[in-house]
Design a protein around this ligand. Structure first.
Ligand SMILES: Nc1ncnc2c1ncn2[C@@H]1O[C@H](COP(=O)(O)OP(=O)(O)OP(=O)(O)O)[C@@H](O)[C@H]1O
Ligand SMILES: [Mg+2]
Length: 460
């Protein structure tokens, strides 16, 4: 099917000449003589032009007003303007509105053709990107948050409500692996900014200076190694969402800069002079108690209150064990698909073990444990011997803490083996997240990294 070009031109002769010219080059052409007529076509979606070639001044108004009114309502098109005489004000506005280009009349047709071809390429690329985003977003609907418990249901309701209001910032709190990252993605993908970028950054994963230059960007020469200008994550997230994961780990001094950016809606690149306006929605997540951190002087209270315009607490899995009824079959089915297995039968004993355990690593731990079991299965029976959950069989439910670990003290493991096993087990429970693992072990990331290397373990 050929692409459509909409020509808005009140001079009848020029309009039909342009239509003839572009039809010959394989375009489906539609010509309108007024803004009103063009607006009717576009808003009723009678046509879906890849390129709009428009006279700037028409008898019933300025075509830039039309672009401004309609641009968010139609799929991506590139606009090329024909101007009767050079008007600086109009051209500045055209650029601001995202017009592809503008040419002064009279214009040589071959030159115009080159411009239109360029505009078409750009519009096609935008549409491809948009299609990809729509496909990706469809995976992050509120239904992706599985669970029938009262808690999960009200979480889904709150997320749906929040996605419908244009909030500027929100904090998601909850233990590791409870689904904070998933919720942030759902909020973005079902909200009004779904077609704009979602930029994620883990504040605990980068050293302070690197995090600063990543967030704010830099100009060439801002510091040794800054060879080229770099657009920071704030700029990349413009009109979309910036997801600041593990915000509780952010350095105090960087928190001050973040607060300023969020309050002033603008940033300055490192080594840069000019202020750059930014329009981003911020979602911050943490598994730390931020109020406690504020009291300890480790988190700025003004930043906390600025970000905490809305907040969501994601309960731990042990507070909603009924969700296992849905989560377990779903994760087993996912793992079956991934590893070409066919586990279908879960014994009562396996269910009892799954329900008795407290899942300190929450849904992530559950998913990883089930994946391991499915991988090691030999037939359609769920192999509960591979659950290897800490010593739960003898413990009554109400006394199970679940965040312990079982170590055989029969001489079969040396002290080094025990340390290696312990670290490996904690990394498994935290999805190889060193920060979370270090927290569970009450040590620093550096110490843990050293041991991870020493024992040749894997981590992120
Ligand atoms: N209710 C749920 N339904 C289905 N999948 C879930 C649910 N909650 C979490 N998950 C899955 O569990 C895994 C861990 O979730 P996620 O990464 O969002 O946790 P998190 O709270 O961000 O953890 P951390 O604090 O360690 O970053 C992901 O694969 C996520 O898709
Ligand atoms: Mg996360």
């Amino acid at each position: 099917m050929s692409d459509t070009i909409l020509i808005i031109e009140d001079e009848e002769l020029l309009g039909s000449e342009l239509a003839r010219f572009f039809s010959k080059r394989g375009w489906e052409t539609t010509v309108t003589k007024s803004i009103r007529e063009a607006e009717r076509h576009l808003s009723q979606q009678a046509i879906d032009p890849l390129v709009v070639l428009s006279d700037m001044n028409l008898p019933d108004g300025n075509a830039l007003d039309l672009l401004e009114r309609i641009k968010n309502k139609i799929s991506s098109s590139e606009w090329v303007f024909l101007t009767g005489y050079g008007s600086v004000a109009d051209s500045v506005r055209a650029v601001r509105l995202g017009a592809y280009d503008f040419v002064e009349k009279p214009c040589e047709l071959e030159r115009l053709n080159l411009l239109v071809e360029g505009a078409a390429r750009s519009a096609r690329a935008q549409r491809r990107l948009q299609d990809q985003m729509i496909a990706q977003n469809s995976r992050h609907t509120v239904e992706a948050l599985i669970g029938k418990s009262q808690v999960a249901t009200s979480l889904r309701n709150m997320i749906s409500q929040m996605a419908n209001v244009p909030f500027s910032s929100l904090i998601i709190t909850g233990e590791t692996g409870t689904g904070k990252g998933l919720i942030a993605r759902i909020l973005h993908c079902t909200g009004s900014r779904a077609l704009a970028p979602l930029i994620e950054v883990n504040c605990a994963a980068l050293p302070r200076d690197l995090l600063e230059s990543e967030l704010f960007g830099y100009e060439a020469g801002a510091f040794t190694g800054a060879k080229k200008r770099h657009r920071g994550l704030f700029e990349q997230a413009h009109t979309g969402t910036l997801f600041l994961d593990e915000i509780g780990e952010m350095d105090l001094d960087l928190q001050t800069k973040l607060l300023k950016a969020v309050e002033d809606f603008c940033i300055r690149r490192l080594g840069g002079e000019s202020l750059i306006a930014i329009d981003v929605q911020i979602i911050a997540a943490t598994n730390l108690d931020l109020i406690q951190k504020v009291e300890q002087g480790l988190f700025r209270s003004d930043l906390y209150h600025r970000l905490n315009v809305m907040s969501l607490r994601v309960p731990a899995l042990r507070e909603r064990k009924e969700d296992l009824d849905e989560l377990v079959p779903r994760f087993i089915a996912d793992s079956n698909r991934k590893s070409a297995k066919n586990v279908r039968i879960i014994s009562q004993q396996a269910w009892d073990m799954l329900k008795r355990y407290d899942w300190p690593g929450n849904i992530r731990e559950l998913r990883n444990v089930l994946e391991r079991c499915v991988l090691l299965s030999t037939d359609e029976h769920f192999p509960e011997q591979w659950l290897q959950l800490p010593n739960i069989s003898s413990k009554p439910v109400e006394h199970a803490t679940g965040n312990g670990i079982f170590l055989p003290l029969d001489g079969s493991l040396s002290l080094n083996d025990i340390e290696k096993y312990l670290i490996q087990e904690v990394l498994n429970r935290t999805d190889e997240n060193v920060t979370a693992a270090a927290r569970m072990l009450g040590t620093t990331r550096e110490t843990l990294r050293y041991r991870v290397q020493k024992y040749n373990l894997r981590c992120k």
